[in-house]
Design a protein around this ligand. Structure first.
Ligand code: ATP
Length: 455
Protein backbone atom coordinates (compact mmCIF):
# COMPACT_ATOMS: atom_id res chain seq x y z
CA UNK A 1 0.00 0.00 0.00
CA UNK A 2 1.13 3.56 -0.65
CA UNK A 3 -0.06 6.85 0.77
CA UNK A 4 -1.35 9.62 -1.56
CA UNK A 5 2.16 10.98 -2.01
CA UNK A 6 3.72 7.60 -2.55
CA UNK A 7 5.29 7.26 0.91
CA UNK A 8 5.42 3.69 2.27
CA UNK A 9 2.21 2.85 4.06
CA UNK A 10 1.85 0.02 6.51
CA UNK A 11 -0.75 1.43 8.88
CA UNK A 12 -2.25 -2.05 9.29
CA UNK A 13 0.93 -3.09 11.00
CA UNK A 14 0.52 -0.53 13.73
CA UNK A 15 -1.71 -0.84 16.75
CA UNK A 16 -2.00 -2.54 20.09
CA UNK A 17 0.02 -5.74 20.48
CA UNK A 18 -2.13 -8.84 19.78
CA UNK A 19 -3.75 -10.78 22.62
CA UNK A 20 -1.48 -13.50 24.00
CA UNK A 21 -3.61 -16.40 22.79
CA UNK A 22 -3.43 -15.15 19.19
CA UNK A 23 0.32 -14.89 19.12
CA UNK A 24 1.92 -17.37 16.75
CA UNK A 25 5.54 -18.43 16.38
CA UNK A 26 6.77 -15.27 14.63
CA UNK A 27 5.33 -12.85 17.17
CA UNK A 28 7.81 -11.07 19.43
CA UNK A 29 7.40 -8.71 22.36
CA UNK A 30 8.70 -5.17 22.21
CA UNK A 31 12.20 -4.75 23.57
CA UNK A 32 13.27 -1.53 25.26
CA UNK A 33 16.53 -1.17 27.16
CA UNK A 34 19.57 1.11 26.79
CA UNK A 35 20.85 -1.02 23.91
CA UNK A 36 17.63 -1.99 22.11
CA UNK A 37 14.53 -0.05 21.15
CA UNK A 38 12.04 -1.90 19.00
CA UNK A 39 8.29 -2.40 18.93
CA UNK A 40 6.90 -5.93 18.98
CA UNK A 41 6.28 -8.11 15.95
CA UNK A 42 2.74 -9.41 15.39
CA UNK A 43 1.73 -12.84 14.10
CA UNK A 44 1.92 -11.61 10.51
CA UNK A 45 5.50 -10.48 10.99
CA UNK A 46 4.61 -6.76 11.10
CA UNK A 47 6.36 -4.43 13.54
CA UNK A 48 3.90 -2.91 16.02
CA UNK A 49 4.08 0.59 17.53
CA UNK A 50 5.86 0.91 20.87
CA UNK A 51 3.24 0.46 23.57
CA UNK A 52 4.25 3.05 26.18
CA UNK A 53 1.58 2.10 28.69
CA UNK A 54 2.77 -1.52 28.67
CA UNK A 55 6.32 -0.26 29.08
CA UNK A 56 5.39 1.97 32.00
CA UNK A 57 3.73 -0.99 33.66
CA UNK A 58 6.72 -3.23 33.06
CA UNK A 59 9.17 -0.66 34.42
CA UNK A 60 6.66 0.29 37.10
CA UNK A 61 7.14 4.02 36.57
CA UNK A 62 4.18 6.28 37.43
CA UNK A 63 2.46 8.42 34.78
CA UNK A 64 3.07 12.14 34.67
CA UNK A 65 -0.40 13.55 35.32
CA UNK A 66 -2.24 16.84 34.89
CA UNK A 67 -1.72 17.34 38.64
CA UNK A 68 2.05 17.33 38.12
CA UNK A 69 1.69 19.89 35.35
CA UNK A 70 -0.52 22.11 37.53
CA UNK A 71 1.91 21.85 40.43
CA UNK A 72 4.86 22.62 38.13
CA UNK A 73 3.07 25.81 37.06
CA UNK A 74 2.24 26.78 40.65
CA UNK A 75 5.81 26.22 41.87
CA UNK A 76 7.63 27.90 38.96
CA UNK A 77 5.04 30.45 37.80
CA UNK A 78 5.71 29.22 34.23
CA UNK A 79 3.61 27.03 31.93
CA UNK A 80 5.07 23.56 31.28
CA UNK A 81 7.10 23.03 28.10
CA UNK A 82 5.17 21.69 25.08
CA UNK A 83 6.89 18.30 25.48
CA UNK A 84 5.35 18.06 28.94
CA UNK A 85 1.96 19.55 27.97
CA UNK A 86 1.64 16.95 25.22
CA UNK A 87 2.75 14.09 27.50
CA UNK A 88 5.75 13.32 25.31
CA UNK A 89 7.52 13.39 28.66
CA UNK A 90 5.00 10.97 30.07
CA UNK A 91 6.41 9.23 33.11
CA UNK A 92 8.59 9.97 36.14
CA UNK A 93 10.07 8.87 39.40
CA UNK A 94 9.89 11.19 42.40
CA UNK A 95 9.22 14.30 40.33
CA UNK A 96 7.02 15.45 43.24
CA UNK A 97 9.95 15.12 45.64
CA UNK A 98 12.16 17.29 43.45
CA UNK A 99 9.45 19.97 43.47
CA UNK A 100 9.19 19.63 47.28
CA UNK A 101 12.94 20.10 47.66
CA UNK A 102 12.98 23.02 45.23
CA UNK A 103 10.19 24.76 47.14
CA UNK A 104 12.20 24.40 50.33
CA UNK A 105 15.78 25.06 49.19
CA UNK A 106 15.45 26.72 45.75
CA UNK A 107 17.77 24.41 43.77
CA UNK A 108 18.66 20.84 42.77
CA UNK A 109 21.06 19.29 40.23
CA UNK A 110 20.06 18.48 36.65
CA UNK A 111 21.92 15.67 34.88
CA UNK A 112 21.55 14.33 31.37
CA UNK A 113 23.86 12.95 28.69
CA UNK A 114 24.65 11.70 25.27
CA UNK A 115 26.49 8.66 23.93
CA UNK A 116 28.57 10.08 21.07
CA UNK A 117 27.89 7.48 18.40
CA UNK A 118 28.14 9.91 15.47
CA UNK A 119 29.71 13.26 14.62
CA UNK A 120 26.34 14.98 14.40
CA UNK A 121 23.41 14.55 16.74
CA UNK A 122 19.96 13.84 15.28
CA UNK A 123 16.60 15.39 16.14
CA UNK A 124 15.83 12.59 18.64
CA UNK A 125 18.96 13.40 20.64
CA UNK A 126 17.87 17.05 20.74
CA UNK A 127 14.64 16.13 22.57
CA UNK A 128 15.99 15.62 26.13
CA UNK A 129 18.34 18.59 25.70
CA UNK A 130 15.59 20.98 24.54
CA UNK A 131 13.57 20.01 27.55
CA UNK A 132 16.53 20.18 29.95
CA UNK A 133 17.46 23.66 28.70
CA UNK A 134 13.96 24.87 29.50
CA UNK A 135 14.10 23.28 32.98
CA UNK A 136 17.46 24.91 33.63
CA UNK A 137 16.10 28.32 32.65
CA UNK A 138 12.88 28.01 34.63
CA UNK A 139 14.43 26.61 37.82
CA UNK A 140 17.78 28.44 37.53
CA UNK A 141 19.70 25.29 38.52
CA UNK A 142 23.10 23.75 37.70
CA UNK A 143 23.38 21.12 34.97
CA UNK A 144 25.95 18.42 34.27
CA UNK A 145 26.09 16.76 30.83
CA UNK A 146 27.99 13.48 30.52
CA UNK A 147 29.37 12.51 27.10
CA UNK A 148 29.99 8.77 27.27
CA UNK A 149 32.76 8.37 24.70
CA UNK A 150 34.12 5.37 26.64
CA UNK A 151 30.77 3.58 26.59
CA UNK A 152 30.22 4.07 22.86
CA UNK A 153 33.73 2.76 22.24
CA UNK A 154 33.12 -0.33 24.41
CA UNK A 155 29.69 -0.93 22.91
CA UNK A 156 30.93 -0.74 19.34
CA UNK A 157 33.94 -2.96 20.00
CA UNK A 158 31.62 -5.44 21.67
CA UNK A 159 29.25 -5.39 18.70
CA UNK A 160 32.17 -5.89 16.31
CA UNK A 161 33.53 -8.74 18.42
CA UNK A 162 36.69 -6.86 19.25
CA UNK A 163 37.55 -5.85 15.67
CA UNK A 164 38.80 -2.33 14.93
CA UNK A 165 36.53 -0.88 12.24
CA UNK A 166 36.51 2.32 10.19
CA UNK A 167 35.09 5.28 12.11
CA UNK A 168 35.10 3.28 15.34
CA UNK A 169 38.68 3.59 16.62
CA UNK A 170 38.92 4.90 20.17
CA UNK A 171 40.00 8.33 18.94
CA UNK A 172 36.90 8.57 16.74
CA UNK A 173 34.65 8.50 19.80
CA UNK A 174 36.72 11.21 21.48
CA UNK A 175 36.22 13.34 18.37
CA UNK A 176 32.46 12.59 18.13
CA UNK A 177 32.12 13.65 21.76
CA UNK A 178 33.70 17.03 21.01
CA UNK A 179 31.46 17.56 17.99
CA UNK A 180 28.42 16.56 20.05
CA UNK A 181 29.52 18.91 22.84
CA UNK A 182 29.38 21.78 20.35
CA UNK A 183 25.94 20.62 19.20
CA UNK A 184 24.70 20.66 22.79
CA UNK A 185 26.14 24.12 23.46
CA UNK A 186 24.39 25.38 20.31
CA UNK A 187 21.05 24.32 21.80
CA UNK A 188 21.48 27.31 24.09
CA UNK A 189 22.77 26.25 27.52
CA UNK A 190 23.95 28.85 30.04
CA UNK A 191 27.73 28.66 30.56
CA UNK A 192 27.46 29.94 34.16
CA UNK A 193 25.30 27.01 35.17
CA UNK A 194 26.49 24.19 32.89
CA UNK A 195 29.38 21.73 33.01
CA UNK A 196 29.81 19.39 30.03
CA UNK A 197 32.41 16.63 30.17
CA UNK A 198 33.61 13.53 28.40
CA UNK A 199 34.31 10.42 30.42
CA UNK A 200 37.81 10.04 28.98
CA UNK A 201 38.72 13.54 30.15
CA UNK A 202 36.94 14.00 33.44
CA UNK A 203 36.88 10.60 35.09
CA UNK A 204 39.16 10.77 38.10
CA UNK A 205 39.15 12.24 41.61
CA UNK A 206 35.83 12.08 43.43
CA UNK A 207 34.02 10.88 40.36
CA UNK A 208 36.22 7.82 40.10
CA UNK A 209 36.04 7.19 43.83
CA UNK A 210 32.25 7.11 43.55
CA UNK A 211 32.56 4.79 40.55
CA UNK A 212 34.59 2.19 42.39
CA UNK A 213 32.30 2.40 45.39
CA UNK A 214 29.29 1.84 43.13
CA UNK A 215 31.02 -0.97 41.23
CA UNK A 216 31.39 -2.70 44.56
CA UNK A 217 27.60 -2.58 45.00
CA UNK A 218 26.64 -4.17 41.67
CA UNK A 219 26.85 -7.80 40.65
CA UNK A 220 27.25 -9.28 37.18
CA UNK A 221 23.80 -10.83 37.52
CA UNK A 222 22.17 -7.47 38.16
CA UNK A 223 23.87 -5.90 35.14
CA UNK A 224 23.01 -8.79 32.86
CA UNK A 225 19.38 -8.63 33.95
CA UNK A 226 19.07 -4.88 33.44
CA UNK A 227 21.03 -4.56 30.17
CA UNK A 228 20.47 -7.89 28.45
CA UNK A 229 24.20 -8.76 28.56
CA UNK A 230 25.60 -12.28 28.79
CA UNK A 231 28.90 -13.96 29.52
CA UNK A 232 30.34 -12.95 26.15
CA UNK A 233 29.85 -9.19 26.77
CA UNK A 234 33.17 -7.45 27.30
CA UNK A 235 34.00 -6.57 30.90
CA UNK A 236 34.24 -2.83 30.18
CA UNK A 237 30.60 -2.70 29.15
CA UNK A 238 29.63 -4.75 32.21
CA UNK A 239 31.33 -2.21 34.46
CA UNK A 240 30.05 0.84 32.62
CA UNK A 241 26.67 1.13 34.41
CA UNK A 242 28.42 2.27 37.60
CA UNK A 243 29.84 5.25 35.70
CA UNK A 244 26.54 6.40 34.25
CA UNK A 245 24.92 5.96 37.68
CA UNK A 246 27.37 7.90 39.85
CA UNK A 247 27.31 10.76 37.34
CA UNK A 248 23.99 11.56 39.04
CA UNK A 249 25.66 12.21 42.41
CA UNK A 250 26.44 15.83 43.19
CA UNK A 251 29.38 14.48 45.23
CA UNK A 252 31.04 13.44 41.94
CA UNK A 253 31.53 17.15 41.18
CA UNK A 254 32.65 18.98 44.35
CA UNK A 255 34.31 21.75 42.32
CA UNK A 256 30.97 22.81 40.79
CA UNK A 257 29.64 23.55 44.25
CA UNK A 258 32.74 25.36 45.42
CA UNK A 259 34.13 22.51 47.52
CA UNK A 260 37.77 21.45 47.50
CA UNK A 261 39.11 18.25 46.03
CA UNK A 262 39.42 15.83 48.89
CA UNK A 263 38.14 12.62 50.42
CA UNK A 264 38.86 12.98 54.07
CA UNK A 265 39.71 9.97 56.21
CA UNK A 266 37.60 11.14 59.12
CA UNK A 267 34.04 12.31 59.41
CA UNK A 268 34.65 15.91 60.53
CA UNK A 269 36.89 16.65 57.58
CA UNK A 270 34.48 14.86 55.25
CA UNK A 271 31.51 17.03 56.20
CA UNK A 272 31.49 19.23 53.10
CA UNK A 273 31.37 16.15 50.92
CA UNK A 274 28.50 14.74 52.96
CA UNK A 275 26.70 18.02 52.49
CA UNK A 276 27.09 17.88 48.70
CA UNK A 277 26.05 14.24 48.62
CA UNK A 278 22.63 15.25 50.01
CA UNK A 279 21.77 17.41 46.96
CA UNK A 280 19.07 15.66 44.94
CA UNK A 281 19.24 15.22 41.17
CA UNK A 282 16.64 15.20 38.39
CA UNK A 283 17.42 13.32 35.16
CA UNK A 284 15.46 14.12 31.98
CA UNK A 285 15.96 11.30 29.44
CA UNK A 286 14.09 8.89 27.19
CA UNK A 287 12.66 5.79 28.85
CA UNK A 288 15.31 3.44 27.38
CA UNK A 289 17.71 4.76 30.04
CA UNK A 290 15.45 3.73 32.92
CA UNK A 291 17.21 0.39 33.59
CA UNK A 292 20.42 2.25 34.47
CA UNK A 293 18.66 4.55 36.85
CA UNK A 294 16.71 1.76 38.51
CA UNK A 295 20.08 0.32 39.54
CA UNK A 296 21.05 3.79 40.70
CA UNK A 297 17.93 4.33 42.80
CA UNK A 298 18.30 0.91 44.39
CA UNK A 299 21.78 1.81 45.61
CA UNK A 300 21.78 5.57 46.38
CA UNK A 301 21.55 5.04 50.10
CA UNK A 302 24.21 2.32 50.17
CA UNK A 303 27.05 4.77 49.44
CA UNK A 304 29.42 5.90 52.21
CA UNK A 305 27.86 9.34 51.78
CA UNK A 306 24.27 8.40 50.96
CA UNK A 307 22.46 10.35 48.25
CA UNK A 308 18.70 10.90 47.99
CA UNK A 309 16.97 8.67 45.43
CA UNK A 310 17.52 10.28 42.02
CA UNK A 311 14.36 11.66 40.37
CA UNK A 312 13.60 10.97 36.70
CA UNK A 313 11.40 12.53 34.05
CA UNK A 314 11.05 10.16 31.11
CA UNK A 315 10.15 10.78 27.47
CA UNK A 316 8.83 8.74 24.60
CA UNK A 317 11.06 8.35 21.54
CA UNK A 318 11.06 10.60 18.55
CA UNK A 319 10.15 7.84 16.13
CA UNK A 320 12.23 6.60 13.24
CA UNK A 321 11.23 8.01 9.85
CA UNK A 322 9.95 4.51 9.06
CA UNK A 323 7.28 4.59 11.75
CA UNK A 324 6.33 4.25 15.41
CA UNK A 325 7.84 0.77 15.87
CA UNK A 326 11.35 2.18 16.35
CA UNK A 327 13.28 5.25 17.43
CA UNK A 328 15.32 7.64 15.40
CA UNK A 329 18.83 6.22 15.76
CA UNK A 330 22.29 7.31 14.66
CA UNK A 331 23.27 3.72 13.98
CA UNK A 332 20.57 3.59 11.26
CA UNK A 333 21.12 6.81 9.22
CA UNK A 334 17.97 6.17 7.13
CA UNK A 335 15.89 6.40 10.28
CA UNK A 336 17.14 9.83 11.27
CA UNK A 337 17.21 13.52 10.43
CA UNK A 338 20.58 14.82 11.55
CA UNK A 339 21.13 18.30 12.92
CA UNK A 340 23.74 18.69 10.17
CA UNK A 341 21.28 17.86 7.34
CA UNK A 342 20.64 20.55 4.75
CA UNK A 343 17.12 21.88 4.15
CA UNK A 344 17.06 19.92 0.91
CA UNK A 345 18.01 16.69 2.68
CA UNK A 346 15.29 17.24 5.28
CA UNK A 347 12.72 17.77 2.54
CA UNK A 348 13.85 14.67 0.70
CA UNK A 349 13.93 12.44 3.79
CA UNK A 350 10.47 13.46 5.00
CA UNK A 351 8.89 13.21 1.56
CA UNK A 352 10.53 9.95 0.71
CA UNK A 353 10.73 8.02 3.98
CA UNK A 354 8.34 9.43 6.58
CA UNK A 355 5.74 6.78 7.30
CA UNK A 356 2.26 8.10 6.54
CA UNK A 357 -1.02 7.54 8.32
CA UNK A 358 -2.90 8.83 5.26
CA UNK A 359 -5.46 6.90 3.24
CA UNK A 360 -4.26 4.42 0.59
CA UNK A 361 -5.55 6.65 -2.21
CA UNK A 362 -6.55 10.32 -2.43
CA UNK A 363 -10.20 9.25 -2.60
CA UNK A 364 -9.87 6.99 0.46
CA UNK A 365 -8.13 9.72 2.37
CA UNK A 366 -10.88 12.24 1.63
CA UNK A 367 -13.57 9.69 2.43
CA UNK A 368 -12.16 8.00 5.56
CA UNK A 369 -9.59 10.53 6.76
CA UNK A 370 -6.02 9.92 7.92
CA UNK A 371 -4.57 8.61 11.18
CA UNK A 372 -2.28 11.13 12.90
CA UNK A 373 -1.60 8.63 15.71
CA UNK A 374 0.77 6.68 13.48
CA UNK A 375 1.81 9.45 11.09
CA UNK A 376 5.48 10.38 11.39
CA UNK A 377 5.14 13.93 10.00
CA UNK A 378 2.43 14.61 12.57
CA UNK A 379 4.54 13.03 15.33
CA UNK A 380 7.48 15.31 14.49
CA UNK A 381 5.20 18.36 14.51
CA UNK A 382 3.99 17.40 17.97
CA UNK A 383 7.62 17.64 19.19
CA UNK A 384 8.65 20.79 17.34
CA UNK A 385 5.58 22.96 16.63
CA UNK A 386 5.00 25.38 19.50
CA UNK A 387 1.35 26.36 18.88
CA UNK A 388 -1.12 24.01 20.58
CA UNK A 389 -3.95 25.55 18.52
CA UNK A 390 -2.27 24.91 15.19
CA UNK A 391 -1.35 21.36 16.18
CA UNK A 392 -4.95 20.65 17.14
CA UNK A 393 -6.23 22.11 13.88
CA UNK A 394 -3.77 19.93 11.93
CA UNK A 395 -4.80 16.83 13.84
CA UNK A 396 -8.51 17.40 13.30
CA UNK A 397 -8.32 18.24 9.61
CA UNK A 398 -6.03 15.24 8.97
CA UNK A 399 -8.47 12.92 10.73
CA UNK A 400 -11.29 14.36 8.64
CA UNK A 401 -9.30 13.98 5.45
CA UNK A 402 -9.43 17.68 4.54
CA UNK A 403 -5.67 17.94 5.07
CA UNK A 404 -3.71 15.68 2.73
CA UNK A 405 -0.54 13.74 3.54
CA UNK A 406 1.37 15.96 1.13
CA UNK A 407 0.20 19.12 2.93
CA UNK A 408 0.98 17.64 6.33
CA UNK A 409 4.49 16.68 5.24
CA UNK A 410 5.01 20.16 3.81
CA UNK A 411 4.14 21.77 7.16
CA UNK A 412 6.42 19.32 8.97
CA UNK A 413 9.30 20.02 6.59
CA UNK A 414 8.93 23.80 7.13
CA UNK A 415 9.02 23.44 10.89
CA UNK A 416 12.02 21.06 10.92
CA UNK A 417 13.94 23.22 8.46
CA UNK A 418 13.30 26.28 10.64
CA UNK A 419 14.55 24.46 13.74
CA UNK A 420 17.63 22.96 12.07
CA UNK A 421 18.61 26.16 10.22
CA UNK A 422 18.46 28.23 13.43
CA UNK A 423 20.47 25.51 15.19
CA UNK A 424 23.13 25.46 12.44
CA UNK A 425 23.46 29.23 12.62
CA UNK A 426 24.22 29.04 16.37
CA UNK A 427 26.40 25.94 15.93
CA UNK A 428 28.66 27.75 13.44
CA UNK A 429 29.56 30.19 16.21
CA UNK A 430 30.60 27.60 18.81
CA UNK A 431 34.40 27.75 18.74
CA UNK A 432 36.91 25.42 20.41
CA UNK A 433 37.45 28.12 23.05
CA UNK A 434 33.75 28.26 23.92
CA UNK A 435 33.67 24.46 24.09
CA UNK A 436 36.67 24.48 26.47
CA UNK A 437 34.91 26.94 28.77
CA UNK A 438 31.91 24.62 29.11
CA UNK A 439 34.25 21.67 29.70
CA UNK A 440 36.31 23.30 32.45
CA UNK A 441 35.36 22.17 35.96
CA UNK A 442 34.57 25.39 37.87
CA UNK A 443 32.22 26.72 40.51
CA UNK A 444 28.82 27.18 38.88
CA UNK A 445 26.60 30.19 39.52
CA UNK A 446 22.99 29.64 40.47
CA UNK A 447 20.81 31.29 43.05
CA UNK A 448 20.48 28.42 45.53
CA UNK A 449 24.18 27.43 45.61
CA UNK A 450 24.61 26.09 49.12
CA UNK A 451 28.36 26.79 48.99
CA UNK A 452 29.32 23.33 50.02
CA UNK A 453 32.33 24.35 52.07
CA UNK A 454 30.01 25.79 54.73
CA UNK A 455 29.12 23.29 57.43
P1 ATP B 1 21.79 6.33 18.93
O1 ATP B 1 21.59 4.89 18.60
O2 ATP B 1 21.07 7.25 18.01
O3 ATP B 1 23.20 6.75 19.16
P2 ATP B 1 21.36 6.31 21.73
O4 ATP B 1 20.16 5.84 22.49
O5 ATP B 1 22.62 5.55 21.86
O6 ATP B 1 20.97 6.57 20.24
P3 ATP B 1 22.27 8.35 23.40
O7 ATP B 1 23.15 9.42 22.93
O8 ATP B 1 22.84 7.25 24.23
O9 ATP B 1 21.56 7.77 22.13
O10 ATP B 1 21.06 8.99 24.17
C1 ATP B 1 21.13 10.29 24.72
C2 ATP B 1 19.77 10.66 25.22
O11 ATP B 1 18.90 10.83 24.10
C3 ATP B 1 19.11 9.62 26.12
O12 ATP B 1 18.29 10.28 27.06
C4 ATP B 1 18.28 8.84 25.15
O13 ATP B 1 17.26 8.18 25.80
C5 ATP B 1 17.79 9.98 24.25
N1 ATP B 1 17.40 9.56 22.92
C6 ATP B 1 18.11 8.85 22.02
N2 ATP B 1 17.41 8.65 20.90
C7 ATP B 1 16.21 9.28 21.10
C8 ATP B 1 15.02 9.44 20.32
N3 ATP B 1 14.92 8.94 19.09
N4 ATP B 1 13.99 10.17 20.85
C9 ATP B 1 14.07 10.71 22.09
N5 ATP B 1 15.16 10.58 22.86
C10 ATP B 1 16.21 9.88 22.39
Amino acid sequence: MASPDGAPHTADAVGAPPAVEQVKQAAKEQQIDPYNVSGGVDENGNVTAIDYEALRERFNTPALTQEHLDRFERVTGKPPHRLMRRKLFFSHRDFDKILDYYEKYGFFLLYTGRGPSSGSMHLGHAVPFLFTKELQEIFDVPLVVMLTDDEKFLYTRNKNQGKITKGAALGDFIEYAKQNCKDIIALGFDLKKTFIYTDYEYMGGHFYQNITEFEALLTNNQIRGAMGFDGSTNIGLNAYAAKQCVAAFASSYPTLFGAGDFRAPNYEEARPRKHIAAIPTLIPCAIDQEPYFRLLRENCDRMEFPAPKTALILSKFLTALQGPGGKMSASDPNSAIFMSDTSKQIEKKVNRFAFSGGGATKEDHEKYGGNPDVDVAYAYLSYFLESDDELKEIEQSYRKGTLSTGELKKRCIQELQKFVEAFQERRSKVTDEIMREFMTPRKLEFKGNPNATAS
